[in-house]
Design a protein around this ligand. Structure first.
Ligand SMILES: [Zn+2]
Length: 314
């Protein structure tokens, strides 16, 4: 299996968001990628400029960041042609690696625009930014340039061209510890699972994740038994809830469970709306400290009091 480390540059409507095409707010203008083999050695590179079709002039912010302009973009080829070539270049046996979550979202949004998205469901990839953050906790999910500098890697080439950023991301990836790599994958959920049988259950060393299928309504989600069941992230046993699910904010629910063997755990259900307009959820369960249990309990009480206050006023 190969690792395809890729990076994109994209443009947005130069006249502001009110004039943008809502189906494609960000138009890809460059794809750059590096292919690594199983020993993390570079075996090939891919780089292409995309000739824009929606936004032919650069937005000011994009212009300031990029090292090129419309003159170069006009020499590019249409997105569908470049993207097809890129996917062919990726081959059949690969896993993507990107800096952050944005590139996979924009790649698929642009593919959707041209009705050519072949990724129908969630798939695994490596978010190298978050793997870096695990190793460099004080820096966290920082910018690529900061990470390259923090690792004392050479920075001769300029940043913010897709191919250079792909090379830098690959360089960071090559130099990170691979001890836990088998466990450090992330699921891309641009497309939610299509049915119950294809829902995703991922058990990692420090958390578990459940990506549900799409529902028609928000209320269906918290009525689903499987979603509200609290299972220990480690032993998968059904465990008792110390704090039942409560609405933490507009789009998330929180609960606390306790496993006799693996201690206190926080459950969080985030409600998402998919591109097809369906409602689905991401449930994560991870260990927490006693102090964090108290913080959650306090938050729950605070919200309860606010609700009572509100009712009194009406
Ligand atoms: Zn357990």
């Amino acid at each position: 299996m190969n690792y395809i480390i890729f990076d994109l540059e994209w443009n947005q409507c130069p006249r502001g968001p009110e004039y943008e095409n809502p189906r494609i707010p960000f138009e890809i203008i460059e794809i750059g990628a590096v292919k690594l083999n199983e020993s993390f050695e570079i075996v090939d590179e891919y780089s292409s400029i995309v000739k824009p079709r929606i936004y032919k002039f650069l937005h000011n912010h994009v212009r300031q960041m990029l090292n090129y302009d419309e003159t170069l973009l006009r020499t590019g080829r249409p997105f569908d042609m470049v993207c097809r070539e890129f996917m062919k270049w990726c081959g059949n046996d690969y896993i993507f690696g990107t800096w952050g979550t944005g590139d996979l979202i924009q790649l698929q949004k642009n593919m959707d625009y041209y009705y050519m998205n072949k990724f129908a469901e969630p798939f695994k990839y490596y978010n190298i930014q978050s793997i870096f953050a695990e190793n460099y906790e004080d820096l966290g999910a920082c910018k690529l340039e900061k990470a390259v500098v923090a690792m004392n890697l050479p920075t001769e080439e300029e940043f913010h061209t897709a191919i250079n950023d792909a090379r830098y991301t690959a360089l960071v990836f090559q130099n990170l510890s691979k001890k836990h790599l088998h466990d450090q994958y992330t699921y891309d959920y641009y497309h939610e699972p299509k049915d119950k049988a294809s829902e995703v259950f991922a058990f990692h060393r420090s958390y578990s994740e459940h990506i549900t299928r799409g529902f028609d309504q928000r209320t269906d989600i918290m009525e689903d038994k499987e979603i509200t069941t609290f299972r220990c992230y480690k032993c998968k046993r059904k465990i008792a809830k110390k704090i039942k699910w409560f609405a933490y904010n507009q789009n998330s629910f929180v609960s606390v469970g306790h496993c006799w063997y693996h201690g206190n755990q926080k459950g969080i259900i985030k409600i998402k709306t998919s591109n097809s307009g369906k409602i689905f959820a991401i449930k994560k369960i991870k260990p927490i400290t006693k102090k964090e249990v108290e913080d959650i309990r306090n938050r729950q009480n605070e919200l309860r009091e606010k609700r009572i206050e509100k009712r009194k006023k009406h």
